[in-house]
Design a protein. Structure first.
Lengths: 266, 296
């Protein structure tokens, strides 16, 4: 078989593995969709103040006032990409490293690139399904608008998803074993979801400055822009691109240098 | 050309000198058993041959190539069974074999491989639903699917029940029948005795003995004759008799079992005694192995 055919086979095997594993599929999907249903319902007729904050009289200061779900649907779509590409991929790889699957695979002629592309492409497919599901649920239940700029939306999901996949691979380097993986992954990214304004924006210089260092905030901003929740002329948010790309590049270096195919010896 | 050549192999992990100058060679078509206690350096040696680890020094050739640089081309010609069985758990037996087939240039047909390891009735079952023994058979199938010239079997029957072990042995014999070279590591001496053309016993990172199982056993040529001490009869005049006080079993160790047995049975007939649990045995490979590795 050609390397392309092998890679396609890997993607198919990864996709089958994902959808047949009820807990992976459930946990991957439940967080963003569950919060979409809860907050989407609670704040359905409320407003969000994008890039600004509400003052004491309920006025949006320094930002753009939009219906809450116009803001919230792309934010949850961004979270969905992060759970699929960062969280699920990290947990999957550490379990496979512990079980010896990665080691066994290295003993076959399967090219490493085909394996990695298989894992990343499968995560992107799953992420895309979750983004579409989020948009459809948001549109049907809360009348949130369809993405205003479809091409930037697709590119943002694929680019951001790829970056979070690589960050996930780099994260496995500091995870000692699969038992520790869920705690480490959740502690490292969940606080950033909250301080990056995935539920509401707020004004706290310290937290805002911390959030700006990480790619999660910028990726959400790019999704808001592509969905049209944030005003822009064409849906491309190049302002937030550098942080995302820098994280991708840094994570790639860490992964290439330190990624482990075998569990640490006890 | 030998399938595997190892000369003066050394490997340390920090202060631990795991492999201290191991040398052996495996001929093409041979089943070669690598034996030794835990920590003897077996796994390190095998993992160097498989290409997982880099040696510190020494010469290693696997199918004529250096496993450190052989890469994909060499992996096309090898099949591995590692100690952990690890494949994607949510794929079925035939799906996973099909997936692995794609990795190799000249794979065997999926149905043939499934048949060979006796998983025909399970081909649509997902891997996670298979028992440990059946997963191990799938492991064997995945090692064979690329039609390799050389197969590494690292403790392939650990945890098997006796009948599953016999089945696995049949598979190894059929690999040999197909002309494949097999490097087998095992803790079970009966397995080595039954399968291996030659064995290499290593202990403390060094080779203690290499040879056919029979030649190793021949090192302890003495035959043992055992029987239960008859009550009320003094056992005398039977040559070198070994027997602990109070132990009801008498053991005679002899280089010449035929006259010894003749003397014993004549003595028993004279006294009108039936020798209970009479047995004549050769030293097993296990006896020799335990002796060779006693200090470890």
């Amino acid at each position: 078989m050609s390397d392309l055919a092998i890679t396609v086979g890997q993607i198919r095997a990864e996709q089958r593995s994902f959808w047949r594993n009820p807990s992976a599929a459930f946990f991957g999907f439940s967080f963003p969709i569950m919060f979409l249903l809860i907050f989407g319902t609670i704040f359905n007729h409320e407003t969000a103040c994008i890039d600004g904050t509400f003052n004491g009289r309920g006025q949006c200061v320094g930002g753009t006032l939009t219906p809450y779900n116009t803001f919230f649907v792309p934010a949850m779509a961004a979270w969905g990409v992060i759970t699929t590409c960062l969280v699920n991929l990290t947990l999957t790889l550490t379990v496979r490293r512990d079980s010896g699957l990665l080691k066994r695979m290295r003993g076959t002629p399967l090219p490493v690139a085909a394996f990695v592309v298989g894992v990343v492409a499968s995560s992107l497919i799953t992420a895309a399904v979750l983004v579409v599901l989020t948009a459809v649920v948001g549109h049907l239940l809360y009348s949130s608008p369809w993405p205003v700029y479809p091409l930037p939306a697709v590119v943002t999901v694929l680019l951001g998803g790829t970056v979070f996949c690589v960050v996930g691979m780099a994260l496995t380097v500091v995870i000692p074993n699969s038992d520790a993986a869920p705690a480490i992954v959740n502690v490292s990214y969940l606080p950033l979801i909250f301080i990056s304004g995935f539920f509401f924006s707020f004004s706290n210089t310290v937290l805002n400055d911390i959030a700006k260092v990480f790619p999660i905030l910028g990726f959400k901003e790019m999704m808001l822009t592509a969905f049209g929740a944030k005003p822009s002329s064409n849906g491309w948010d190049v302002h937030d691109l550098p942080v995302l790309l820098l994280w991708g590049a840094g994570a790639l270096v860490v992964t290439l240098r330190w990624f482990r195919w075998e569990a640490r010896r006890a | 050309m030998p399938a595997i050549q190892v000369e003066d192999l050394h490997k340390s992990y920090g202060p631990v000198h795991a492999v201290q100058g191991i040398s052996f060679s495996v001929d093409a078509g041979e089943v070669f058993g690598l034996l030794g206690p835990n920590g003897a350096g077996k796994t390190t040696t095998v993992e160097i041959l498989e290409g997982y680890r880099h040696r510190d020094s020494g010469h290693v050739k696997v199918l004529g190539e250096d496993p450190q640089s052989g890469g994909r081309r060499l992996k096309q010609r090898m099949g591995l069974v590692l100690q952990e069985c690890a494949v994607l758990p949510y794929l079925s037996v035939s799906e996973i074999i099909d997936l692995y087939r794609g990795y190799y240039a000249n794979p065997l047909p999926t149905a043939d491989v499934i048949e060979l390891v006796g998983l025909a009735e399970k081909s649509d079952v997902r891997v996670r639903k298979l028992s440990g023994g059946l997963q191990r058979r799938l492991d064997l199938a995945l090692a064979l699917v690329g039609d390799p010239e050389l197969v590494f079997l690292d403790e392939p029957t650990t945890g098997f029940d006796p009948s599953a072990r016999r089945n696995a042995w049949e598979i190894v014999r059929s690999m040999k029948g197909l002309g494949k070279t097999v490097l087998l590591t095992t803790h079970y001496m009966d397995e080595a005795q039954n399968l291996a053309d030659r064995v290499c016993v290593i202990a403390g990172g060094r080779v203690v003995r290499t040879g056919t199982p029979d030649s190793l056993r021949a090192e302890r040529a003495a035959t043992r004759i055992r029987f239960v001490r008859p009550e009320g009869v003094e056992v005398t005049g039977l040559g070198e008799v070994i027997s602990a006080a109070g132990d009801p079993v008498v053991e005679i160790v002899t280089e010449t079992p035929t006259p010894a047995l003749h003397t014993l049975t004549a003595w028993a007939l004279d006294h009108g005694i039936e020798l209970e649990r009479l047995e004549v045995s050769q030293p097993s490979l296990e006896d020799v192995y335990l002796e060779l590795t006693r200090d470890e």
